[in-house]
Structure formats: C-alpha cells, structure tokens
Design a protein around this ligand. Structure first.
Ligand SMILES: C[S@@+](CC[C@H](N)C(=O)[O-])C[C@H]1O[C@@H](n2cnc3c(N)ncnc32)[C@H](O)[C@@H]1O
Length: 304
C-alpha cells in the first residue's frame, strides 16, 4: 500500500494539515499526526517517533488514513482521540461537549486558592459549576476538595453524559452531582443555597461572530456551548438575575470566564446585582490567562 517510511508518511500528513489550515505550523501538524498515528497503531507518542524509517503495515496505514481524513474534514483532534488533557487530567470528550481549552485552567487555580482560604472557617464548602460541559471544572474542584459539595449544571444532556463519564473515571465522590437545566434553576428547584464558590465558563461569543469562527469549532462543537447571544453577554445577564438567595450571606466568590474585551461589561452586570445581596464590601479582580488576556472576572465578599 505504501513504500513510505513512518517518518515520511507523518511529514506528508502534517503538510496536508497545514495546507488545509488544520495545523498552524509544522510542529503543530507533526504533533497531531503523531497522536493520530499512535491511535491507529496502538502506540504511545515516543514509540511512534521510534519507528522512524520503518514502514507501517498496510492495516496501520489504512487506519491512520481514515483518522487523518476525519481531521482533514475539520473534526476536532480531541474528538478523534476521544480525550483532551485539562489541568493534568485526561478528560473524555466527543460530539456534544466543548473541547476543554487551556485558558480555562486559570479558573480552577483561583477557585482552589479561594477555597483554601474558605476552608479555614468552613469544613465543607459548596461549589457550583454552571455550564459544566464535559465536567472539567466541577471534577477538578471535587478532586482537590473531596469533602466539598460540588454541583455541575448544564442545559445540554449530551454534555452531561460526558461529564458523568468523566466523573466516574476521575473522581470518587458522592458529593459531586450533575443537574440538567438552565443556569441556577435546577439548584433553586432542589432548594440548594449557601453556595460559597460559583464558577462558570458560559458561552460568550456574540452570535454574529460565531460565523467567523474556524469550521472546526463552528460546525463541530455544539452551538449551545459557544453562542452567547447578540452581544455575547446574554447568559451573564440571566445568571446575575438568579443570584439572589443562592449565595452564602457570610461570604462568597463568583469566578467567570469571559471573552477578550468583555471583562468590564460583565463586571458591570454582576456588580449591579451582587451589591444588593450583601452588606459586606465587594472586591472585584481581573485575572489574566496564559496568553495574558483578562479572562477571569472574580467578584467576592466576606472572603479575604
Ligand atoms: C463554553 S462551554 C464550557 C464547558 C466547560 N465548562 C468548559 O469550560 O470546557 C459552555 C457550556 O454551557 C452550557 N450552557 C449553555 N447555555 C446554558 C444554560 N442556559 N444553562 C446551563 N448551561 C448552559 C453549554 O451546554 C456548554 O456545555
């Protein structure tokens, strides 16, 4: 079927990814095809690299070509591999769930820092992750604080299937529960209150800009995970109106991932309601992601 060595085959495949804009450069292209080849040959990446001048078998070549074709037709790499690493953990992902992004890791880091402070006065903190998707935030928190009560909520049943599968594989906690519904409604209905930390990465791309996203995102990842309405801020407005009675009156932290340039708008929306919920002084902080973009808005009261 082929007289190409593995190395030549991978280089040629990486170039195809670059030409079709599925890879930004040769390093990115090679990384992707090495992972795809590894899946086709049931080998880890170092074993793939060690093949060098060896020719792949016809069966491996065929399986690799099938995987490469899926990638060339814009299927996200994580969907093909069935997995994406986030915060050092392998999360299962596929159609119906947003692929975890590395810029979201800052949300976990800050939540853990704040929860450590909170734990000095409250043994069992309560978290909610709104728009949990594949469950990444709820699961990372639940692993860091196995005693904490953690609620993951999503409007999408398909996303919740991934979240539950990830929870089964990655955490061993009966205190992590997932709920289907819009924003805080499922918690309101089941009488959950006194939340200490609310974290959320809601869809924030303005509807018109969704059309400009790469095909890989626009056509393959769920629209409900991306489209934030006319100005991208619709769900923050709705969320802000649901906060009354759900946060702990003694102190709480809200941590929201936002799009580039949106942070001050979201701050204004949240502050306008949070200031009516407490007599504590309110602190607002803006945190940058790994690309130095102001990505996470933090609003807290009663917690230093
Ligand atoms: C940007 S994704 C984030 C997923 C995950 N938290 C992450 O960081 O990878 C937004 C998630 O919010 C969910 N979502 C959209 N509208 C919602 C709503 N009204 N209530 C609850 N979840 C919603 C989507 O289904 C999607 O899983």
């Amino acid at each position: 079927m082929t007289s190409l060595s593995t190395r030549e085959l991978l280089r040629s495949a990486a170039n195809q990814l670059i030409i079709t804009k599925q890879a930004v450069d040769l390093d990115d292209g090679l990384l992707q095809v090495e992972l795809l080849f590894g899946l086709a040959a049931s080998l880890d990446r170092s074993a793939v690299l060690a093949l060098g001048l060896e020719e792949p078998t016809a069966a491996v070549h065929e399986r690799f070509q099938t995987l490469l074709n899926r990638r060339l037709t814009h299927e996200p790499l994580a969907y093909i591999l069935g997995e994406k690493e986030f915060f050092g953990l392998p999360f299962r992902v596929g159609p119906g769930a947003l692929v975890p992004r590395s810029e979201t890791e800052v949300l976990v880091e800050i939540s853990i820092q704040r929860a450590r402070i909170l734990r000095q006065r409250k043994a069992v903190p309560r978290f909610a992750d709104i728009g949990t998707g594949s469950g990444i935030l709820a699961i990372c928190i639940s692993r860091a604080f196995p005693d904490a009560l953690v609620h993951g909520i999503d409007i999408s049943d398909s996303a919740l299937r991934w979240a539950r599968e990830n929870a089964t594989r990655l955490v061993n906690s009966e205190k992590l529960t997932f709920h289907q519904g819009s924003l805080l409604e499922p918690l309101q209905k089941s009488g959950v209150h006194d939340l200490d930390i609310l974290i959320s990465n809601l869809p924030y791309i303005p509807s018109e800009e969704v059309l400009d996203l790469p095909e890989e995102i626009r056509q393959q990842e769920p629209l409900v995970a991306i489209d934030g309405g006319i100005d991208g801020l619709e769900l923050y407005r709705k969320l802000s109106l649901q906060l009354e009675g759900i946060l702990s009156p003694e102190g709480a932290v809200i941590l929201l991932e936002v799009g580039a340039g949106q942070i001050s708008w979201v701050e204004e929306i949240m502050m306008s309601t949070v200031q009516n919920l407490t007599d504590h002084p309110i602190v607002s902080a803006k945190h940058r992601d790994i690309r130095k973009i102001r990505r996470v808005l933090e609003i807290r009261y009663g917690i230093d």
